[in-house]
Design a protein. Structure first.
Length: 841
């Protein structure tokens, strides 16, 4: 320590005092006691060496020992950037390591994130190409298709700019929203171009055709755009994880749609003026002789036959409109009953190519035995997973001596009996879930007495589980810990019989082998010793002095500090007799001789809890349940019935509660269900304000039951469970279905105002608007196909959204072209007759 300075001659010297050893060897010469002039040095009673704390954690990669360092990013950081910066840093760090040490990045989440992002981008590009081809086939004009194609990326870029300004990042959800919007983005531009071309074919001048064509649909298109945007408003009222997942998706769609509408009012007419020719109507595909022109003429001829067939069909339906409308509505209402048949999940699982296998040995296993067991389990894994598909196996066994390990933040590890085996599969592997099923069936049979369970390996499922190792947590709360464990064990046996319930296990163990040292207080008092003396000496001997009196040695050459710990070597305590031979000294009391522990305590063996969990102060036992081969909602319902029956027999002061992902799922379902209802109400009120009518908006939203029925049928046919993404798709379908109905009803109102009879107005509206309705619906459906197939990395999680939108739009389009005209014609015909009766003398 600096003590001051001294001036000696011409020099001023700094004076430092030093009582620390310069080397580890010098520590052995430190005096610790002097009796009758004889000094005892530390090296005479202890072996001083550069060592480490007793090992309670083993990490191995493919059988080689190592150290596992977990790196987590902050909430607002980009995963890709953090990993990229880390990989750039590692080559500079590795040369500084001792010889023989290497750094190997493991379980890089950026690979999955990057693959998922690339997958979404590919989906969006494929959707854009397919949509453009469909538009080209309908319009038969590359200029029109080019104008529409230009508006799509501009709308997406605008949305990205706004998202960036709001602090959002490019991730699966924001890109998923943009991919979802690709099919809708063509809506505004397509309807505008189609209406301009319709006026051109009527012989209108190009300038006037652009003004009239764009002007006629400005308000309906604006209302349609707002209908799609407003249905996402309820998503901003979600809470918890669902809000953070789906609000960015909603923002991406809304901003892209608003940008698309602005571009359809500004850029699209401008480009039409620049690219279209005045003779566009007369010089077109009809006179061209190219291969595509012939294809387009054939398509147009087929479409006109479809239109003629549609007119005949709609005319027939209008004659018996009440009967057919009632049948269609009844079919839609009955179809929604499929919702009760569909399974219910919170969020689909994604195949991340990683397996997290948790192994739990019998209570009391020392780390060395757990490592030997892990060797055998690892060999069994290699027998099941082929070498050409197995990337790496990392064993993370036990707990670190510090008690802090981020890699165990949700592993359910309670001691050295636990081991987590992380398995990484190579690209192009078979289904990860198939290997999980194979391991789940094989391992318990090969290793009786060892408990195995699997934990989520993908990021989103880990988040949705809120740090729990399973989706369902049945918690037994009560002051009697033994009674809680008995109840949990009984519940575990019943839950294991539920189909689809797997990896059912109790987190806590109450059978840890324990040696209890009962102190003889009378004997200690006679020997002038206290309970504190016994406890402190045992703690120092068994766990080290750093637990009570932390001290450090600083290497003067490097400045690195090392903790100094005094402890009895573990190999010296190999029996109870060795433990009873531990000396107990009266610290701070002179004249009191040290005693052997065996003279002061009576040692007995018993089983005690290995870990004690509290929830709001009350002792708790956690029964964890995962789900396989069945939906989460059904398994949770079966468990809820068992829990309900068990509550009737619980002792006083004990309670059962279901927690975990199922709790959040129910909250999100209620929020999204209310969101669908709120979306319908908001859309209706918006149309009421625009149409200044209560009746016609009701006719417009009459297409919604068909959309909901289509969603139910599509999920049922594809075997897709109802989930938060599917409900999000339902919300979106409400907006898109309404937008198409607005086009039909708006034109019918125009014809009605021009003096056409109601049935004629309905027929003409359907016949005139069938083309833009089919174009926009098909554009959206085709744009959703890549997402619905779920072929990319992590694409399984957004696939229900795409399937819901496709099913809803298929039924909603039929409803828009058939059911809505029936309702419009019937309602307005009845109103016309009522007005005639009132006008009659």
């Amino acid at each position: 320590l600096p003590s001051g300075t001294a001036k000696m001659g011409p020099t001023e010297y700094r004076i430092d005092t030093n009582a620390s050893a310069d080397t580890i060897a010098d520590i052995t010469h430190l005096p610790i006691q002097t009796v009758n002039g004889a000094t005892t040095y530390l090296g005479e009673v202890a072996s001083v060496r550069d060592g480490f704390s007793p090992q309670t954690n083993v990490v191995r990669q493919n059988g080689q020992r190592g150290v596992l360092v977990s790196i987590q990013k902050s909430g607002d950081a980009s995963t890709l950037k953090v990993v990229s910066d880390l990989k750039a840093l590692l080559p500079r760090v590795e040369p500084t390591l001792p010889e023989g040490l290497t750094i190997t990045p493991l379980f890089d989440q950026s690979v999955f994130v990057n693959a998922a992002v690339q997958g979404v981008i590919h989906e969006a590009l494929i959707a854009a190409v397919l949509t453009a081809m469909m538009i080209l086939l309908f319009l038969g004009n590359w200029r029109s298709t080019l104008i529409i194609a230009i508006s799509i990326p501009l709308s997406i870029f605008t949305s990205l700019i706004v998202l960036s300004a709001l602090g959002e990042t490019i991730n699966i959800m924001t890109l998923g929203g943009l991919a979802l919007a690709v099919g809708i983005l063509v809506d505004d531009a397509t309807v505008t171009i189609e209406n301009i071309e319709r006026h051109l074919h009527l012989g209108t001048d190009l300038h006037d055709a652009i003004l009239e064509g764009a002007g006629e649909i400005a308000v309906p298109a604006f209302v349609s755009t707002l209908c799609i945007c407003i249905v996402f408003v309820p998503m901003f009222f979600l809470t918890g994880v669902a809000r953070y997942l789906f609000v960015p998706l909603a923002e991406a769609v809304v901003f892209a749609m608003l940008a698309s509408y602005v571009l359809s009012r500004t850029l699209v007419p401008t480009l039409a003026m620049l690219l279209f020719r005045p003779q566009q109507a007369s010089v077109g595909p009809e006179r061209a002789t190219g291969r595509f022109a012939r294809l387009h003429r054939a398509f147009n001829a087929a479409f006109e036959r479809l239109r003629a067939w549609y007119i005949v069909l709609l005319s027939m339906l209008l004659v018996r409109r009440r009967f057919y409308a009632s049948c269609f509505l009844g079919f839609c209402v009955l179809s929604t009953g499929l919702v009760f048949v569909l399974g219910r999940d919170f969020f689909p699982n994604a195949d991340s190519g990683n397996i997290r296998l948790h192994m739990r040995a019998p209570t009391g296993y020392r780390i060395e035995e757990t490592a030997r067991l892990a060797d055998r389990v690892e060999r069994a894994v290699r027998d099941i997973v082929p070498p050409d598909e197995l990337g790496a196996i990392v064993d993370n066994l036990g707990l670190p001596v510090s008690g802090i390990n981020l890699s165990y933040s949700n592993a359910g590890t309670i001691g050295t009996l636990d081991g987590e085996i992380l398995i990484a599969l190579k690209p192009g592997h078979r289904s990860t879930q198939a290997y999980v099923r194979a391991l789940r069936a094989a391992l318990p049979a090969r290793f009786p007495g060892v408990e195995f369970f699997f934990q989520p390996s993908d990021i989103i499922t880990q988040i949705l589980n809120f740090g729990q190792p399973a989706a369902i947590d049945v918690q037994v709360l009560g002051n009697d810990l033994a009674s809680n464990m008995t109840i949990a064990s009984r519940l575990m046996k019943e839950v294991r019989r539920i189909p689809g319930a797997v990896d059912v296990h109790v987190l806590q163990r109450n059978d840890e082998p324990t040696l209890l040292a009962d102190m003889d207080r009378t004997r200690m008092q006679q020997l002038n010793l206290s309970a504190q003396n016994v406890a402190q000496n045992m703690l120092i001997s068994l766990s080290g002095s750093s637990q009570t009196t932390p001290s450090f040695w600083i290497n003067p050459r490097t400045g690195v500090q090392y903790p100094l710990s005094i402890q009895t070597p573990q190999y010296d305590i190999a029996s109870v007799d060795d433990l009873l031979g531990t000396p107990v000294a009266a610290n701070g009391r002179t004249g009191t001789p040290a005693q052997l522990l065996g003279n002061l305590v009576r040692m007995r063996a018993e089983a005690r809890p290995a870990i004690v969990t509290h929830y709001n102060i009350r002792p708790a036992i956690d029964l964890y349940v995962s789900v396989e081969g069945r939906d989460l909602g059904s398994v949770a319902s079966d468990i809820a019935r068992i829990v309900s029956d068990a509550r009737a027999t619980l002792p006083r002061g004990t309670d059962l509660t279901m927690r975990g992902q199922i709790e959040t799922m129910r909250t999100s379902y209620l929020g999204l269900g209310a969101g669908v209802a709120m979306a319908i109400v908001l859309v209706y009120l918006l149309i009421v304000v625009n149409f200044q009518s209560w009746l016609d908006p009701l006719i417009i939203i009459s297409a919604m039951p068909a959309a909901l029925a289509g969603i139910a049928w599509m999920l049922f046919i594809t075997g897709t469970h109802l989930s938060v993404p599917a409900l999000t798709g339902a919300i979106m379908t409400v907006g898109v279905a309404t937008a198409n109905s607005i086009l039909v009803v708006s034109f019918a109102r125009q014809r009605l105002a021009a003096g056409a009879p109601p049935l004629t107005a309905a027929l003409e509206a359907g016949a005139t608007r069938i083309r833009p309705v089919l174009m926009t619906a098909l554009a959206m459906i085709i744009g959703m196909v890549p997402m619905a197939l779920g072929l990319g990395e992590g694409a399984e999680q957004n696939a229900p959204l795409g399937r819901a939108v496709i099913g809803g739009l298929l039924f909603a389009t039929v409803s828009t072209l058939l059911f809505v005209p029936l309702v419009f014609g019937g309602v307005h015909a009845r109103l016309a007759r009522r007005r005639e009766r009132r006008a009659a003398p």
